[in-house]
Unconditional design. Structure first.
Length: 218
């Protein structure tokens, strides 16, 4: 029996998923099946402890057991638009933890990144609020549409800085949604989910609620 991929995956492909060729006297990998590459990377995120030490957000993630078999995953992926896109499990399931046929879709990297916030590294203050010791005030920071960090001003309290982040983040999500909707691969369910995330941010800013994730109540 072949070795399981990351302890769970079964490569039951009826064709070679990689090709190695001899170049300058050494064998080098010259091709990897794109379906296999996505499948392996998905399993790696969920079942490789070394990977999770650098990406702890995946410590609680898992894969639907039906997708442990490569042929089953490949059959699903063949029905999707996936070229130059990334596999996502969060958008359709509101931040769910399971990769499955019901929760996954392929989206451009910009959509993936705009919905990601690292709650574990933000420190003691709300998202987007950074304390400036020299002034005793809080600077509001958020990534712009071009993914560059943008300063939104300085505020007396962390809550005020966080509110500025919420409002600006919502505008960025809406901008990404508009661009996404014009693409040939654009999906209505993904577009609607982006609108809900933006609406959540705006609502929480108006109600004075702290945003702790991008998905709750969407």
């Amino acid at each position: 029996m072949s070795k399981l991929t990351y302890g769970v995956g079964i490569n039951d492909a009826d064709y070679p998923v990689t090709v190695n060729e001899k170049i300058d006297g050494k064998y080098r990998r010259t091709w990897t099946c794109p379906y296999y590459k996505v499948w392996v990377n998905m399993l790696k995120r969920c079942y490789c402890e070394k990977y999770q030490r650098t990406m702890p957000t995946y410590e609680t993630a898992s894969v639907d057991p039906r997708w442990f078999r490569f042929s089953t995953f490949r059959k699903w992926m063949c029905t999707q638009v996936w070229h130059d896109l990334e596999l996502d499990k969060d958008i359709l399931s509101s931040g769910g933890k399971v990769y499955s046929e019901d929760t996954c879709c392929f989206v451009p990297r910009r959509v993936n990144s705009v919905l990601h916030i690292n709650t574990k590294s933000r420190g003691e203050f709300p998202i987007g609020a950074a304390f400036v010791g020299s002034t005793g005030k809080f600077q509001a920071l958020c990534r712009d549409i071009d993914t560059k960090t943008k300063s939104l001003g300085t505020f007396v309290t962390a809550s005020e800085a966080h509110r500025a982040w919420q409002i600006f983040k919502a505008s960025v999500v809406l901008s990404v949604a508009e661009t996404y909707s014009t693409q040939t691969y654009g999906r209505e369910d993904v577009f609607n989910r982006l609108l809900k995330v933006a609406d959540k941010l705006i609502t929480e800013s108006k109600e004075g609620k702290e945003t702790v994730d991008m998905w709750n109540n969407t």
